[in-house]
Write a protein that binds this ligand. Structure first.
Ligand SMILES: Nc1nc2c(c(=O)[nH]1)N[C@H]1C(S)=C(S)[C@@H](COP(=O)(O)OP(=O)(O)OC[C@H]3O[C@@H](n4cnc5c(=O)[nH]c(N)nc54)[C@H](O)[C@@H]3O)O[C@H]1N2
Ligand SMILES: Nc1nc2c(c(=O)[nH]1)N[C@H]1C(S)=C(S)[C@@H](COP(=O)(O)OP(=O)(O)OC[C@H]3O[C@@H](n4cnc5c(=O)[nH]c(N)nc54)[C@H](O)[C@@H]3O)O[C@H]1N2
Ligand SMILES: [Mo]
Length: 756
């Protein structure tokens, strides 16, 4: 039952997602309401995936939902852009203005002149592409994040070389979870650039604590991470690599596995393509050189390769820092090759192929899904003007994003066609999403019309918006979590003033701008249709609580390549040109990219720019997640801010001593592109040559009076040290968020940062 009464509370069982906790988890919660207000949130012990566990952000949900600073009604600016002056307006006026301005832009310059920007994959992703496509603009993008370096590089690489993405198998496909007789516990979990304690559910959509569950069941842990975090400190083997050298390390492991004959001969013979070419490639490489590049000693590379290859099954979880690698898809190709070499694809306990549960798509993650929603002809038409599609064949042929780096450049140059407006929903680019936020700020402020849809007044909204629209929080919206396991409904149980759900806002505007594209009477009807392939209506999914695909369904494992469940032609094999996992990728070759996995040095490093390294000797590794905050959110939530009160930079005690820095000192970080201030947190957990800085910082309590520095963002935004426009050759990847060089010094007397 999804709703019951207890001690005068109305209790709703629901999956939590953004906005509120943020995250990608859809965790099972029980939300307690009294007099229409959320008063308490607890984990739902009956939920098979999370069994009552919740993160701190979910537990603090009531402080988010009822925060006095929540945006409560639409507003228009009442002065110059960035003046900090706002006037309350009605929803009618807000939507009338958007309709009229967007019509003007479309008529004068074409629909492509309006960019639709989102942040990370949240519930709003579906309605944003929906509005963009209804309006007629192909320019849907993860606005500001160089190389769209979040998940898409991993998705694109895996799709090209094996036709699908995989997730670690934590028995998430079965209601009985670990007790299902078909499931096997992996002997080894290789956790590569993952941060269980901080990012928690991250990009695997069924909660991160499965690692602990499986360690309790005997799985050994190998960790690849420069930082001594929760996982590294508990690992059976820890490889402390230099940030950005994952591709080189993976090639080293491939070399050992091939040359020591540790690979799964049967799988390689039957299901892979290009093995000999991969073998020739690694024969040219030396483990000593790889050790030098990666900082990982040869013995450890060998030990990791042997341990991973000997385990049956073994699984790998891989995180966002890989998307930031200089040639991200190439290093991800190397990692995926490890699964194929050891036969750990779609096997019990290995890396299992993931497709939307029963084929339901609300927020498309692949080209197939975009086409499923909008049709081939329309998608082809969109590609004609999609920014970046002509420049990068991989971008053209995967998922439909406009390329973030090129969007910025085109805003600045107006070439090949002008950009005139930004629809900015779920994206605080000035504080968190964007690299080189100053360039973004300048470019967006010159546009004719900007809209921000958010739950709070952010630095971005203050600086660039003409219209601000208040978005409903997680308990204030109807939607569905269809991108992971299980399929979860989101349903409205409360309201905050005039805040509206993202789907409703975009649906209403899309209907005004292109009624033909919106044949449904309301959002619920749209959901009914999209859920119908799973045999559900919106109401029945809410009643059921969650849904899974049954065994035998093509969206449920195992060994689907053997059963002909992966390819459109129904033949056994993978959805690639050869029908096999491609060590030598024919798609990459077709797109003018190196068909083999390989390593590319970061833009700045001790190897690529030794001169710069002399002056800027530290590696700036940003954005390592912390559990109490989601990107730029939660700085105003008392319980969470108390745990993480100031924008920190973590620095090793030896390095701190060298530069005369003490714990709690304000320090200046300087790189070749810019600078930012931070509070030093001296800790042995970080490597002496790596400083670790959280991203997403702004100071909500520093009230904004129109001085051009909204919420002190220019004092502390770490992305000022990170440039745009150096994304990977393929287009996707290379955000440089983990690898820029920098130097550090104590902030001088009188230059103290204060934000009371
Ligand atoms: N609480 C919270 N959860 C989040 C988010 C959040 O902001 N807050 N963000 C969400 C989003 S959008 C994402 S993309 C995910 C990201 O979540 P993850 O993929 O887990 O990424 P991170 O936490 O950035 O880093 C993971 C680990 O990689 C290490 N690392 C850094 N650079 C490198 C490198 O070059 N190579 C290797 N091998 N390791 C490296 C870091 O030290 C860290 O321990 O988290 C999601 N979950
Ligand atoms: N230096 C550095 N920068 C990074 C990263 C890093 O590791 N280092 N990580 C990058 C990554 S992987 C990502 S994915 C991006 C994330 O970037 P974003 O996802 O854009 O994250 P935020 O900057 O927090 O902006 C999100 C905004 O959306 C609002 N919001 C939240 N949920 C909703 C909702 O459902 N509806 C609406 N309308 N608004 C909502 C929040 O209040 C917030 O203001 O950041 C990137 N930036
Ligand atoms: Mo992300």
């Amino acid at each position: 039952m999804h709703e019951y009464e207890e001690d005068g509370y109305q209790v709703y069982k629901m999956g939590l997602w953004s906005p509120g906790p943020g995250c990608h988890g859809g965790c099972g919660a029980e939300v307690y309401l009294k007099d229409g207000k959320v008063v308490k949130v607890e984990g739902d012990e009956d939920h098979p995936y999370h069994q009552g566990r919740l993160c701190p952000r979910a537990l603090a949900l009531r402080q988010y939902i009822h925060h006095p600073d929540r945006l409560k009604y639409p507003m228009k600016r009442a002065g110059e852009r960035g003046s900090g002056k706002w006037e309350r307006i009605s929803w009618d006026e807000a939507l009338d203005t958007c309709e009229q301005k967007m019509r003007d832009i479309r008529e004068k310059y074409g629909a492509e002149s309006m960019v639709f920007g989102q942040g990370t994959g949240r519930d709003s992703g579906g309605p944003i592409i929906f509005l963009a496509y209804a309006y007629g603009s192909p320019n849907w993008t993860l606005f500001g994040l160089s190389g769209i370096a979040c998940f898409t590089p991993r998705l694109a690489a895996c799709t090209m070389v094996m036709g699908d993405m995989t997730f670690p198998d934590a028995a998430q496909f079965f209601p009985a979870r670990y007790d299902d007789p078909d499931w096997k516990c992996p002997e080894v979990i290789l956790s590569w650039a993952r941060n269980l304690q901080g990012s928690q559910c991250a990009d695997h959509y069924f909660s991160g604590h499965y690692v602990i569950d499986m360690m309790k069941r005997g799985a050994k842990l190998i960790v690849v991470d420069p930082y001594n975090g929760w996982e590294a400190s508990r690992a059976d083997l820890w490889l402390r690599l230099r940030p950005g050298t994952d591709g080189a390390l993976a090639m080293g492991m491939i070399k050992v596995i091939i040359e020591e004959g540790l690979y799964d001969q049967d799988f390689v013979e039957k299901w892979t393509f290009g093995f000999d070419k991969l073998k020739d490639e690694v024969a040219t490489q030396s483990l000593d050189e790889i050790a030098q590049i990666t900082w990982v000693p040869v013995e450890k590379i060998v030990e990791a390769a042997r341990m991973y290859a000997a385990a049956k099954p073994a699984q790998m979880r891989f995180g966002q820092p890989l998307d930031s690698n200089a040639e991200a898809v190439a290093s991800i190709h190397a990692l995926a090759s490890l699964w194929a070499l050891t036969g750990n694809i779609d096997n019990p306990g290995g890396n299992v192929i993931s497709r939307p549960v029963k084929g339901v798509t609300v927020y498309p993650y692949s080209t197939v899904e975009v086409i499923q929603l909008y049709g081939q002809e329309f998608v082809d038409k969109m590609n004609e003007k999609r920014i970046g599609a002509d420049k990068y064949p991989l971008v053209k042929n995967f998922r439909s994003w406009a390329m973030s780096d090129d969007v910025l450049e085109q805003m600045e140059t107006g070439k090949p066609y002008p950009i005139k407006g930004l629809w900015c929903q779920t994206n605080n680019f000035l504080a968190g999403t964007a690299q080189d936020p100053r360039r973004h700020y300048e470019a967006v402020r010159k546009l004719d019309f900007n809209v921000v849809v958010d739950t709070f007044m952010t630095p971005t909204a203050q600086a660039i918006a003409d219209i601000v629209q208040p978005a409903g929080a997680i308990t204030e919206k109807d939607s569905a979590f269809t991108t992971g396991i299980p399929l979860n409904p989101i349903y409205k149980v409360a309201e905050t003033e005039e805040a509206r759900m993202d789907w409703e806002i975009n649906f209403e505007l899309a209907k005004r701008l292109n009624p033909q594209a919106v044949p449904w009477p309301n959002v619920r009807a749209l959901f009914d249709q999209r859920l119908s392939v799973a045999g559900h209506s919106f109401d029945s999914l809410v009643e059921a609580g969650w849904a899974l695909a049954p065994k035998g369904d093509p969206t449920c494992p195992y060994n689907r390549h053997e059963k002909g469940l992966l390819r459109p032609d129904g033949q056994p094999g993978f959805r690639t040109p050869s029908g096999k996992f491609e060590f030598y990728s024919q798609k990459f070759e077709e797109y003018g990219l190196n068909p083999l996995p390989h390593h590319v040095e970061p833009l700045e490093s001790e190897i690529s720019t030794p001169e710069i390294h002399k002056e800027y000797p530290l590696i700036l590794c940003t954005g390592r997640r912390v559990g109490v905050m989601f990107h730029s959110e939660h700085r105003m939530i008392p319980w969470l801010r108390e745990i993480n009160p100031d924008p920190p930079v973590e620095i090793h005690p030896d390095t701190a001593a060298k530069y005369g820095i003490k714990d709690g000192d304000w320090v200046l970080l300087e790189g070749t592109y810019g600078k930012a201030k931070r509070k030093a947190k001296v800790t042995p957990l970080t490597h002496p040559e790596v400083v670790v800085a959280q991203h997403g910082w702004w100071i909500p309590e520093a009230r904004y009076e129109g001085d051009g520095n909204p919420y002190k963002v220019w004092d502390i935004n770490i992305n000022q040290l990170i440039p745009m426009g150096h994304n990977s050759k393929s287009g996707f990847g290379g955000a440089l968020t983990k690898t820029m060089l920098c130097r550090i010094s104590k902030v001088k007397e009188g230059e103290e940062v204060s934000y009371a």
